[in-house]
Design a protein around this ligand. Sequence first.
Ligand code: ATP
Ligand code: MG
Length: 394
Amino acid sequence: MVRSFLIKYAEIGVKGKNRYIFEDKLTSHIHHSLKRLDGDFSVIKESGRIYAHASSEFDYDEVVSALQCVFGIAGICPMVQIEDKGYEDLKEQVLKFIDETYPDKNFTFKVDTRRANKQYPHTSDQINRDLGEIILETYPETKVDVHHPDVLLHVEIRGKNINLYSLVIPGPGGMPVGTNGKAMLLLSGGIDSPVAGYMIAKRGVTIEATYFHAPPYTSERAKEKVIDLARLVSAYSGPIKLHIVNFTDIQLAIYEKCPHDELTIIMRRYMMRIAEHFAKKNGCLGLVTGESIGQVASQTMQSLAATNAVCTLPVYRPLIGFDKKEIVEISEKIDTYEVSIQPFEDCCTIFVAKHPVTKPNVERIEKSEINLADCIDDLMKTALETAEVITVGA
Ligand code: ATP
Ligand code: MG
């Protein structure tokens, strides 16, 4: 019987004059996410509300899952919209709604009627009482509880239509992607960076990504894994433009010319420089990494400072205060975990030192980088020019 969904949004409702921008983006994202499914849907914005109506058969679970990936949605209410055919018909429809939605009638309930149509011949209070009474009569296992009901049945009388809904399925929250600028994610094959991308996109930020690989030391399969991760994140963020950078020669040069205990930090600094280059060229307003304080040697406060020192754009680290366990929980929720733990080599792990510095000193690192002076400009230029760009999740 459910053919419609009422979409509730929270945060975007408070954006004052810009509210319509947020609502229009959200409406369009909902439209795109449903367009990919079987079934025909119309998504409409109507007096501070968004509705998705199905005009053909559809798979309920599939629709709910799709909507749960659209940032900006606070709640998804499967709804039955009926035509106003008089009071007796309303009562019948309500009973049918209850019966189909709740096969087990052992619940407490409350009816909450709102009339946008003040011409309706009964008051909201009267309707609440009449509907409550008939539900109790028809399903004697039910009970009324006006304070903490298991089922809060909403009856909304709006013009010629009446909406019935009671379930509110939580949405992903956040803000519609595309309402908060763009950022460049440094995306590796690990657990953390896909989660970092998800979290930034959740705040309405469009993301691009840069991945560094080191063929032939890293395999084609390692690259495929990162593309797979980008695709999984794109289910939430929308299409991701992915820059794939061949980092081998830069890494070999660092390995050859710099102190081995500083390899990781110096390598991370070159990653940031390259990602920032693509970021600026593509209108991104910041960089995003999956770093978290103290997780590994390259993520101590000193190491983060040394990595940060080469960036002029702000670097966003949404996982900075998270424990690994908390990051894993999110990666499981967004389905990236299983791909992240596939055992493929990462360019960072190939040239790592046994005893990396944990308290790098920026001046010392800068001195070590002078050893690269004769080759690094050419190597950077080649890395930038040969980067492969693909769009994932279009
Ligand atoms: P992740 O799980 O995201 O790989 P990690 O715990 O393995 O993180 P590091 O390898 O130190 O940590 O990487 C820190 C951050 O640097 C990553 O979260 C990611 O943003 C970036 N990064 C690391 N390796 C790469 C890579 N090969 N390509 C792109 N970005 C990378
Ligand atoms: Mg990693």
